[in-house]
Design a protein around this ligand. Sequence first.
Ligand code: AMP
Length: 289
Amino acid sequence: MQITSSIETLRQWLKQNCTQNGLTGFVPTMGALHQGHISLINRSVDSCERTVVSIFVNRIQFNDKNDYNNYPNTLSEDLQKCSQAGVNYVFVPDESVMYNNHKTYIDVTDLTDNLCGKHRPGHFKGVFTVVSKLFNIVQPDMAFFGRKDLQQALAVRKMVCDLNFPIKIIICPTIREKDGLALSSRNVHLDTKQRERALSIYKSLMLAKKMILDGTTDLDLVCASINDFIVQNGFPESIDYITAVNIDSLEPVSILDQDSAIALAANFGSVRLIDNMIIYTDGDTRCDL
Ligand code: AMP
């Protein structure tokens, strides 16, 4: 496995290697790697001839300075995990490499109007800008994103289509702890009590799943039940949103008559957690949880 912080070096390595046949897979990350990230890497290693992972904590996507300053850094363990998973190249740029007198930003409209887009001003602009830059640097054939960050993954897919990046976006399932909490680099900041309270997110989605499979089609009612469950069992510091949306447009939906997702964000202590459940309606109603 080769590791570099230099765009030029990475490009040279890839140029030499890409004269051989086969696809290049890419997994962009902010480090503090867990099994969620590794599942994306595994998917890339299985589908592509070579896999590139980037590790870069992208300051411009953080709307909360403390969140950025406290973002976990576990680089040596991350590199070990990448090597064990069969990654070929790790790109670890520093900020001066990525943003040198930077003036250009990318945005995706409509898809970012609600959910996290509404609650984290500037966040997605930072995400799309760094992802575009990384796509141009790595020039992969396929890039792998997690469904946990559903809005991000769908908007990146739209950006790739609109800006004609020749890259296939693969969206991979959410990986969870044994008890159901979605893995997140920020989970390390939860103390024992907050960790217990945070589990109310997963449990509330399981309750929603039961309501839906029992025949409830009123998604406003389902979201209200999720809210009540989290408030009564998780005592969150705050809930940013609990919203049912169309799975393609991410526009809010009230009745379950199309493939939908219920997405939510809630704060436990200073930790903001997100999760979602997808509900398919073609034929039988099914949930991905
Ligand atoms: P991050 O390092 O948080 O920017 O995440 C890098 C990638 O890992 C993104 O595509 C995330 O959606 C994905 N990811 C994060 N957590 C999970 C998880 N629990 N399951 C699957 N993918 C995840």
